[in-house]
Design a protein around this ligand. Structure first.
Ligand code: ZN
Ligand code: ZN
Length: 334
C-alpha cells in the first residue's frame, strides 16, 4: 500500500510502498476512507520546532484525522466486527500508568499519537487499538467523520468558557480549529467575530457557514469594542496580546493555539480586570460521540469546511493549499 511518511528529522515527507499491516492483539485494522490534513501534519512536514519526540518513531506514516471501515480484528478484540464504520481517537493510552490504572484514561501520561508516535492514516490501512475506535452514527459519511478530531478540539475550546446566548465572542485565527470554534460558539447563540490576517478565502468560508462575522486585521481593526470571551487559535503571540486587550472586565480568555515561542502577557491588566485564562488542548474522550452527533445534525454546514478532496498520491498539493491558506480542510482519499 502507498503511505505518506516522515522518515528523517528534517523538512519533507516521503511516499513509500509498504505491506498492509496486521492488527496486533487488542487492535483492529481500519481501511481508511478519508483522512484530513491537519496543521500538525504541516508542522511535521516542515519540521518546525516542537515535534522532536517523533524522531524515535521514524520512519512513521502520518495522518491522524480519519474515518473508515474495520477490515480485520486482532486477537482478543470484542465489541467490534469487520465492516463497522468508525473514526479513531488518535491519542493512544498506555493502560498501565497511575491514571490508566485508576480508570482515568484522559489523564494518561504515556500517550502515543497515531500518525505521530506510531503509524497513521495517510495510507490505505492503519492498525489501531480497538479502544480508540468510535462508531459512526448511521448515515454519516467518512469525510465528515474524518473531521471529528479537529472539531473535538474546537468544541472543547468553545465550551471551556461556558458561552451564554448573546455574548460577544472573538475568535482569533481562521484555520480549521478557529473555524470550528466560531461555528460552535455561533451554535451556542453567541455573537461571533472571527479574525484573521491576510486570510480572505478562509474568512469568506467562515461567513458562508452563517452566523459568523469576520474581520481581516490587515485591513481593519477591532475598534474599541470589548468582548465577553476571546478564544485564540492562531498560535501567534501577537494574537494573544491583541485578544487580551479586547477582553472586557471579568471576561474569559481561552488559548487554544500551539505557540512556537513564549508570549508576553500583561498580567497586571488581567489581574485588575479580573479576567480568567483557560488553556484548551485535547477534548475529553466523552466529547467524541457528541461531536459525531453534531456533525450528523449540521452535516450540510460542516461539509462547507471541506474545501478540497484529493487522492493520497496528490497529498503534496494538499499541503501546498494549506500553506497558501487557500484550503481549510483538505481530505485525502487513499
Ligand atoms: Zn489534527
Ligand atoms: Zn496511561
Amino acid at each position: 500500500m502507498l503511505a505518506l511518511r516522515k522518515t528523517a528529522a528534517a523538512p519533507g515527507l516521503d511516499f513509500a510502498t509498504l505491506a498492509r499491516p496486521e492488527p496486533a492483539a487488542g487492535e483492529v485494522l481500519v481501511a481508511v476512507e478519508a483522512a484530513g490534513i491537519c496543521g500538525t501534519d504541516l508542522h511535521i512536514a516542515d519540521w518546525t520546532a516542537g515535534y522532536e519526540s517523533m524522531t524515535a518513531a521514524m520512519p512513521v506514516t502520518i495522518g491522524h484525522e480519519f474515518a473508515g471501515v474495520i477490515a480485520a480484528l486482532g486477537e482478543g478484540v470484542s465489541g467490534w466486527t469487520a465492516g463497522q464504520r468508525v473514526t479513531v481517537r488518535p491519542s493512544t493510552v498506555c493502560g498501565h500508568c497511575a491514571a490508566c490504572r485508576g480508570g482515568d484514561p484522559d489523564g494518561c501520561t504515556q500517550r502515543r499519537g497515531i500518525g505521530i508516535g506510531r503509524d497513521g492514516a495517510f495510507a490505505s490501512h492503519v492498525r489501531v487499538p480497538s479502544l480508540n475506535c468510535v462508531a459512526l452514527p448511521e448515515g454519516l459519511d467518512a469525510e465528515l467523520a474524518a473531521m471529528t478530531e479537529p472539531l473535538s478540539v474546537s468544541l472543547h475550546a468553545a465550551e471551556l468558557p461556558a458561552i451564554r446566548p448573546g455574548e460577544r465572542v472573538l475568535v482569533l485565527g481562521p484555520g480549521p480549529i478557529g473555524l470550528g470554534i466560531a461555528f460552535f460558539a455561533a451554535l451556542a447563540g453567541a455573537e461571533v467575530t472571527l479574525a484573521g490576517v491576510r486570510d480572505a478565502p478562509r474568512l469568506a468560508l467562515a461567513r458562508s457557514l452563517g452566523g459568523i462575522a469576520t474581520i481581516d486585521l490587515a485591513e481593519g481593526s477591532l475598534g474599541e469594542q470589548g468582548f465577553d470571551v476571546v478564544i485564540e487559535a492562531a498560535g501567534v503571540a501577537a494574537a494573544v496580546t491583541e485578544g487580551l486587550a479586547r477582553l472586557r472586565r471579568g471576561g474569559r480568555f481561552v488559548v487554544a493555539g500551539i505557540h512556537a515561542r513564549p508570549a508576553p502577557l500583561d498580567l497586571t491588566r488581567l489581574v485588575r480586570m479580573e479576567q480568567t485564562l483557560f488553556g484548551a488542548y485535547r477534548a475529553p474522550i466523552a466529547d467524541w460521540p457528541r461531536v459525531l452527533s453534531l456533525l450528523s445534525r449540521h452535516a450540510e454546514t460542516a461539509r462547507k469546511m471541506i474545501t478540497h478532496r484529493l487522492p493520497l498520491e496528490r497529498a503534496t498539493e494538499g499541503f501546498d493549499l494549506l500553506r497558501a491558506r487557500e484550503g481549510s480542510k483538505v481530505i485525502l482519499r487513499p
